[in-house]
Design a protein around this ligand. Sequence first.
Ligand code: NDP
Ligand code: 8X3
Length: 252
Amino acid sequence: MTNVAFITGATSGFGRATARRFASEGWALVLTGRRLERLEDLKAELEDRVPVHIAALDVRDASAVQAVVDELPAAFRCVTALVNNAGLALAPEPAPQAALADWHTMIDTNVTGLVNTTHAVLPLLIETGTGSSIINIGSVAGEWPYPGSHVYGATKAFVKQFSLNLRCDLLKTGVRVTDIAPGAAETEFTMVRTRGNQAASDAIYRNTTPLTAEDIADQIVYVATLPAHIAINRLEIMSQRQAWSPFAVDRD
Ligand code: NDP
Ligand code: 8X3
């Protein structure tokens, strides 16, 4: 039976690189994201090699997510890996200056969207059973605090704990759950975070060596293709050139 990967946020960054990487392993693909043109381009690129089904989808809309899952063609229903990747950071400024709407957008996407997709796809994963995986894209921001992370980091802490809790409830199903927690990686993420400020986005990656989308795609496919009895609960990955700072101390 062909393996099937269901990927959210496949139009850019980690999601798109993961689609390409799964295609090179011969997996069939369900590719979702809001930008239909990009999905069509990716389908055109990959469909010579593997079956590809695309669906324009905003993960914040629970009934739209359910409809995409309900309407999956038969050949794509035996989902082997759900990659909950769609997400974003907004409002890089400190909490007092952050807009409430940005906080809501992060919670709606990174928490509610991930929950919507998990709930809708879970019956298919359970049907597939042993060897199937839910791979949630968390972040180092879900583990480590830093200025300007406020709600973004908190959404990723949710992803971490939800992943661990799912492991408990899915123990008897054969479905594995992994929280992959990357550090800074060069994708369109920072253009979104800086609201399209190219200079500010470039500054984040200048004169260092960030992770790439392909680095994370490799880890996602590695986790999904491990022998069925191996469950990686959490995988935190940073560039060797990223680490922590000392505690901040307020002084008079
Ligand atoms: P990109 O901005 O390149 O990709 C984000 C993807 O999420 C896009 O495909 C976008 O598609 C999709 N997306 C955003 N909002 C929605 C929505 N409401 N519904 C459906 N899809 C949505 O960033 P990355 O690839 O870097 O980010 C992927 C994940 O990795 C995110 O969860 C992010 O938080 C996480 N992450 C990123 C890190 C980094 O440094 N880059 C580090 C750690 C974690 P579209 O706009 O077409 O809907
Ligand atoms: C984003 C990674 O290092 O910018 O999830 O917090 S970092």
